[in-house]
Design a binder for this molecule. Structure first.
Ligand code: SF4
Ligand code: SF4
Length: 332
């Protein structure tokens, strides 16, 4: 199975319970800190906030989970493992029966594993942008790939669920991504791999990121290999079709809601056009229809998970045929 049964059932129930609600989030993207212990060349977050060291408190983190009904919390940033009290945040969300994606560059992971207990609702999401050479280059940190691979092995040997998150840039060779998938699957052992195109926005060098046509070409080739070898690529069938250019989807920016030290921000994890003091103020106050390809030029080449996996989920639930196809993919 691609995802733990308990989480899959819980998310399905939540979606059914929202029938008739115009907009509702599936994922809370929580950024307890925007600081990081490395400086990747493609990271807009640390550049956007580099002169400001604001952090949420543990209580503010947990309050976000109370305000926002999303069943999944992606704890990202910044680097969550430099946030003091991260283990209390994780425990608090588990008590709320949320499914947690704890994102990390893995630099501190092996040292911090003792502070956490394996739980089917807790998944480590390790930043890995390819094999050794490209990953260390993108992260601007020689030796980080080896640290990350060792930490993945250690976490899995202790019974944690571990996945990876890969961003593909203009310079990324498809062969390198496919080799990374093979290596993780066959030589390391992994519970799944997220792969998405790097998105061009104001804080990132435009030379690093791809146009829609460029990423579609790369994802067509990645898809062929992933299917041929049965790699555990965690992209729903409809999202895969978007990445390959076989269908268009509108963006669903309210499907993944971002909370950071400045407040509840919109429209999405990437763009900051407004910041609100509460979850409800964000949901009511954003002009959501202004965003997505065709509506805002900044969105034209975007196909990132946080905007389009919720769109894929909504498309899945809109027809029996799509629901069955998605279920078959999840169970595989
Ligand atoms: S590890 Fe993540 S937060 Fe840190 S610099 Fe890299 S992309 Fe940014
Ligand atoms: S398409 Fe959606 S997720 Fe992408 S930048 Fe625009 S609003 Fe954000």
């Amino acid at each position: 199975m691609k995802f733990p049964l308990r989480s899959t059932v819980q998310i399905g129930r939540y979606v059914v319970s929202q029938k008739g609600v115009e907009r509702y989030p599936l994922v809370l993207m929580l950024e307890p800190t925007l600081g990081c212990n490395i400086a990747c060349i493609g990271c807009g977050k640390i550049r956007e906030y580099e002169s400001n060291k604001a952090r949420l408190s543990v209580q503010e983190c947990l309050d976000s989970g109370v305000q926002c009904p999303a069943p999944v919390v992606s704890i990202c940033g910044g680097e969550p493992l430099i946030f003091k009290g991260i283990e209390e945040v994780v425990d608090g969300f588990l008590d709320m029966r949320k499914s947690i994606q704890l994102c990390t560059n893995a630099l501190r992971l092996s040292d911090m594993l003792d502070r956490f207990t394996p739980n089917p609702r807790l998944t480590w999401v390790i930043h890995l942008d390819g094999m050794r050479e490209i990953h260390d280059y993108v992260c601007n940190y020689p030796g980080l790939w080896d640290v990350a691979i060792e930490a993945i092995r250690e976490a899995r040997s202790r019974g944690f669920r571990v996945t990876t998150n890969t961003t593909i840039f203009k310079e990324t060779e498809v062969g390198d991504v496919v080799e990374m998938m093979r290596f993780l699957e066959k030589e390391v052992g992994i519970d799944g791999m997220l792969i998405a195109p790097g998105y061009q926005y104001s804080q990132i060098d435009p030379n690093l990121t791809m146009t829609r046509a460029e990423h579609e070409d790369k994802f067509r080739r990645i898809s062929v290999e992933a299917r041929k070898h049965g790699y555990r690529w965690l992209a729903s069938p409809i999202y895969q079709e978007l990445l390959r250019g076989e269908r268009m989807l509108p963006c669903t920016p309210w499907g993944s809601i971002t909370r950071n030290p400045y407040g509840w921000k919109g429209p999405c994890y990437l763009l900051t056009d407004a910041i609100f003091p509460t979850y409800e103020a964000l949901m009511d106050g954003m002009e959501w229809e202004r965003y997505g390809p065709g509506n805002d030029p900044r969105c034209e080449h975007c196909a990132i998970h946080c905007g389009f996996e919720p769109s894929a989920t909504l498309a899945t639930t809109s027809s029996v045929k799509e629901t069955v196809r998605s279920l078959a993919w999840t169970l595989r």
